[in-house]
Design a protein around this ligand. Structure first.
Ligand SMILES: [Zn+2]
Length: 89
């Protein structure tokens, strides 16, 4: 849903007159498409902030907020998991 009160895209800083309508997250069409692609590829590749948010959401649903927060504070979602790393000869 476009918001008419936003003036500039928060990623590329271009004005609404240059980019067209901005979304409710204050992104232009090209930046929102780029972010969507980055998130989809990141989740597929098991890497990046979108994947970490997804893993946290899964832990939240499966174990509840106390365990998920403890795992987050322990840094479980920060780095690539050991089982995702392939051994190289
Ligand atoms: Zn933009």
């Amino acid at each position: 849903m476009p918001r008419l009160d936003y003036a500039r895209c928060k990623d590329c800083q271009r004005s609404r007159e240059e980019t067209g309508p901005l979304s409710h997250t204050r992104l232009c069409e090209s930046c929102s498409g780029r972010r969507l692609a980055e998130n989809v590829y990141g989740i597929h590749a098991k890497y990046g902030p979108a994947y970490q948010r997804r893993q946290y959401g899964i832990a939240l649903r499966e174990f509840g907020p106390r365990v998920a927060l403890a795992l987050k504070q322990a840094g479980v979602f920060d780095d690539v998991m050991l089982d995702d790393v392939t051994a190289r000869p």
